[in-house]
Design a protein around this ligand. Structure first.
Ligand code: ADP
Length: 251
C-alpha cells in the first residue's frame, strides 16, 4: 500500500466510567481511497471518527495523520482530516456562506489574500461560486452540506470524512452530495463515509470497514464483506451494484 495518510495502531478508547468505545483498532488508509464505515448503533463509529482528527485521543495505541501522532500534533490532524457532520446546522458558523468557508483558514492565521483565494476556489469547486453572500440558514440541506465541504476544501484537507451524509437529505440533495464525493475523490482526496445507506455509495467505494462492539470486525472489499454484513447488523447492498457498471443514484 502507498504511504498512509491515516493510520490507527492498536487504538483503544476507554470512556470515563470504563465503557470501551474502541478496542485494539488497527487499519491504514492510503491517499485516494474511498472507504465506507458502517456498523450498528453503538458499535463505535462516532468514536472512531473522533479519533481521526484528534477530537478524541487514544487511551492506548496511537493514530497517525500524515505520519504524525494526533497526540503530538492535534492541530495538524484537524487540518489534514476534514469532517462533514450529518447535522451540518451545528457546523455552520458564519453569517454568510463565504464567512463560513473562511472560518477554518482564518483560524490557521493565513493572510487575507490567501483566505479570499481559497474561499472563492472552494465555493466554485462545490458549484456554489455565486452563493457566497447567501445566509446559510436559507440554504437547502444539500447546499448546507456543500458549504461544509467547501469549508473542508478551504483547509486543503487531504482526507474528507462524511458522517451519515444522507440522513437529512431528499433525493436531489443525496445526488448533489454524492456527486460532490465523487468529484473530491477524483481530485485525489481520501473519502471516508460513515453510513447506514451502503447502497448509495457502493458503486464508488473500494473498501468497507465494519465496526462491532468497539472492534474492527471487517476490513475488506464490499464483495468480500457482503456475506457477513447481516451478522454485524448491516443491510447487505443489492448484488447488482457490485458490478460497478450500475450507479442507480447518479445516472
Ligand atoms: P456509534 O457511532 O457506532 O453509534 P459510538 O461510537 O457513539 O457508536 O459509541 C460506542 C460505545 O461507546 C457505545 O457503547 C456508547 O454507548 C459508548 N459511548 C459513546 N460516547 C460515550 C461517552 N461520552 N461516555 C461513555 N460512553 C460512551
Amino acid at each position: 500500500m502507498a504511504e498512509s495518510v491515516l493510520e490507527f495502531k492498536k487504538v483503544t478508547h476507554t470512556f470515563a466510567g470504563g465503557t470501551r468505545g474502541l478496542s485494539g483498532v488497527s487499519f491504514r488508509a492510503a491517499p485516494g481511497e474511498f472507504i465506507i464505515l458502517c456498523g450498528k448503533n453503538g458499535s463505535g463509529k462516532t468514536t472512531l471518527l473522533r479519533h481521526m482528527n484528534a477530537l478524541s485521543l487514544p487511551s492506548e495505541g496511537e493514530v497517525l495523520v500524515a505520519g504524525v501522532s494526533t497526540r503530538k500534533n492535534p492541530v495538524q490532524a484537524r487540518q489534514v482530516v476534514g469532517m462533514v457532520f450529518s447535522d451540518v446546522r451545528n457546523q455552520i458558523v458564519g453569517e454568510t456562506v463565504a464567512d463560513d468557508v473562511a472560518f477554518g483558514p482564518e483560524n490557521l492565521g493565513l493572510p487575507e489574500e490567501e483566505i479570499n483565494k481559497r474561499v472563492k476556489a472552494s465555493l466554485e469547486a462545490v458549484g456554489m461560486g455565486h452563493m457566497g453572500d447567501r445566509r446559510p440558514y436559507l440554504l437547502s440541506g444539500g447546499e448546507k452540506q456543500r458549504t461544509a465541504v467547501a469549508g473542508v476544501l478551504a483547509m486543503e484537507s487531504r482526507v474528507i470524512v462524511f458522517d451519515e451524509p444522507f440522513s437529512n437529505l431528499d433525493y436531489p440533495g443525496v445526488k448533489q452530495v454524492l456527486q460532490q464525493m465523487v468529484n473530491l475523490h477524483g481530485l485525489g482526496k481520501t473519502i471516508i463515509v460513515a453510513t447506514h445507506d451502503i447502497e448509495k455509495v457502493a458503486a464508488h467505494a473500494g473498501r468497507i470497514l465494519v465496526m462491532d462492539n468497539g472492534r474492527l470486525a471487517l476490513d475488506c472489499s464490499l464483495e468480500e464483506a457482503a456475506p457477513d454484513l447481516e451478522k454485524y447488523g448491516v443491510r447487505r447492498p443489492c448484488a447488482s451494484l457490485f458490478g460497478r457498471e450500475v450507479d442507480s443514484w447518479l445516472e
